[in-house]
Design a protein around this ligand. Sequence first.
Ligand code: DON
Length: 574
Amino acid sequence: MPGIHNRIRMAVLGAALTLSPLTHGAEAILEGQRFHPVEGESTMVATSHFLASEVAHDVLAEGGNAVDAAVTAGFALAVTQPRSGNIGGGGFMLISDESSGEVIAIDYREKAPSAAHETMFQDEDGNVVPERSRFSANASGVPGTVAGLALALERYGTIELEEALAPAIRLAEEGFVVPPRFANGIREARNRLERWESTRKKFFKADGSPYQPGDVFKQPDLAATLKRIAEHGPREFYEGRTAELIVAEMQKHDGLMTLEDLAAYEPAVRKPVHGTYRGYDIYSMSPPSSGGAHIVQILNVLEGYDIAALGHNSAQTVHLMAEAMKRAYADRSEYLGDTDFVEVPLDGLTSKAYAKALREGIDADEATPSDTIAPGDPLPYESNETTHFSIADDNGLAVANTYTINFSYGSGIVVDGAGFLMNNEMDDFSAKPGVPNAYGLIGGEANKIEPNKRMLSSMSPTIVRKDGHNFLVTGSPGGSRIITTTLQVIMNVIDHGMNIQSAVSVPRVHHQWLPEELRIEAGISPDTVRLLEEKGHDVVTKSAMGASQSLLIDDDGFHGAEDPRRSTSSAMGL
Ligand code: DON
């Protein structure tokens, strides 16, 4: 696989090298830094696009900290990887500061507009109409990215917002050389992008043809938007000209979003979910994401087995993982939602005692059919794209950031004159109890649509610490598969002793309770599949899951991993 991948990579970047001034990252990759952990002595950046890695790496080289680099990467990805990098969406950032001992989470998830209501994606007969929650103006929640990134910089950064935006503005204004992944993405989404005039104008040439690898892609409207934010600050997006352009676009297509909705948007600073796994501290995203709760819950269940001895991706290990995953996803469907609106039994879900109770229901030899699993009783009741990047500096600051517009290219609607795509995150709400969303996830009351509420997410930016020190920074895109992808990177390092590149690269498995299938990537041995089938699992091989740009810090320094599932993924150390 590395050989094939490298050859594809060489072809992709060969074009970029001859045509672009913006290719330092590409050169580094061509010099052979791939498929073993990228080493750095004191800093590391791993993102899904080499141009974003490069500008974030430059910030660190010039003395900026990990948050400066993360915010710079976030804005750069909004330009270079518009299928998921964004200012029209939202996400979560975990920041771990060794010097204060603190780990905080910035929640910049989108919110439902104030006129949103429970049945807005149903027709008059009460049937869910997926088109409405996915490909319409009402598919969009109020975006949080600009406010979230600005808040991170204000709290933890050392550079001005203007400086963090400068590389993104340059990339939008001067353009960058289109890699094949970019061209392929547009080609695959062509039908739904061409429906909207503003989107056609942005993503297709004047003659209507798509951009080809090697073409230079410029985004003057987006450059102007980013410049307005640089000049007037983040509130410009919510209260200035950009807000007016967003609302004009939404209303042109009968959307509910108003200027008041944008003006009212605020990110939230939250306490991450915390758990332990075999002596390591796990910090991951709290609600409105389900990620942290279920990663900790599944790890707690698996801690009761000698996973290292059972072996990586052995039938017995995969069986136990699948059984733990099913039970967690069943709980997700019942309990998880925005804690500003509903109570979530987080302490119960993440307790070792609940994990023990779940373990007692797991048969070591036989799969429990999903239709006999229901959400558990975690008492006490206390109270197709996303992108993840991981960055750490030499002052004990680490950042795990996952942000998204939900599907690749979100709703498909570009804000005319502002040059960016709007999200279709409203599909992450439960449009009707028991009716699955685009990722097959089922939800109920806790995740019903309510005005100003944040839709439930699976995004799981995660930081693992050992003895108070940042150790592993990880996370992934992949919808419902985010939780299990992130879980496996953690297990591959802690249980199976893999280096970070192997931990990210090896084949993954996934079970989400419903549908009743154990989904695997190519590369799991047929012997293992047969043994799993004998235990009663319905094993299905499907396309690759996740893209986990991750890093690990140990006594030998900083190690970065590029996920080979994304051809533009790039780690760079200093
Ligand atoms: O927040 C969530 O869980 C989803 N909107 C994430 C979507 C996603 O990861 C799509 N990527 N492949």
